[in-house]
Design a protein around this ligand. Sequence first.
Ligand SMILES: C[S@@+](CC[C@H](N)C(=O)[O-])C[C@H]1O[C@@H](n2cnc3c(N)ncnc32)[C@H](O)[C@@H]1O
Length: 260
Amino acid sequence: MTSSAEATATSTEPDIAERIAALGPWFHNMQLAGIWTAPEHFLGNYPWFKFERFRHLVPDDMTGLSVLDIGCNAGFYSIEMKRRGAALVVGVDSDERYLEQGRLAAGLSGLDIHFERMSVYDVASLRQRFDLVLFMGVLYHLRHPLLALDLLHEHVVGDRLLFQSMLRGSETVFPAAADYPFTEEAVLETEGFPRMLFIEHAYSSDPTNWWIPNQAGMEAMLRSAGFRIEGQADEVYLCRRAARPAMVEPPPAIVPLRRG
Ligand SMILES: C[S@@+](CC[C@H](N)C(=O)[O-])C[C@H]1O[C@@H](n2cnc3c(N)ncnc32)[C@H](O)[C@@H]1O
């Protein structure tokens, strides 16, 4: 296996192996000092194989750009962005153990990346907008997914959003009209009408998988939060910050976060 997420150090040192093992299990498979962190990953060489499918959406040269990676996990994407020359890369995650993995991976890779424990709901506290915000694989783990998208638009996305969600159901995108009469019900059952599935208990043995949109639902939510979709590869969307639709401006749910 080869990957640009390989650490620059190549020798396998026992203490590094112990540090990697002590921080396990790893969700990101990266080669650090010759050691793969998650060689038995249930998805394969994750997230490398996924990145191969959408890397064309990200500029090869990111010199001078600022990047925020929300739900960064062990920092695979943060590291890739820093390697492309990003001036500032901040990785945030709600799980301290993953952040420790990220600090080890970035350190062994000789890259200066700032990792901080933070929930997506608290991004206002960063008090900064970023040229590129990554929000990959987090939305469906949230009980309040649309609030999270609203907060990203309101507080941290300066220009682009690179977004990914698990999607299920139809890949058809039905062009929903601007309005329907109260008596119209059939259209709601149309294939490809925007939908979200609510998972009360667990999905894939994970009780944090709360909401799963279909493709139309995901695209509608991104637009509704003020993101214009400019590129797509599978479940990954490259969006540009745009004006919010008039009916959600100002978004009532986030008004309290504007204080203080
Ligand atoms: C499926 S992993 C995705 C990791 C990485 N972004 C990727 O695409 O490979 C979801 C990550 O989101 C983090 N997470 C879950 N809820 C979060 C929240 N409310 N705020 C920030 N991170 C969260 C988890 O700890 C985990 O690292």
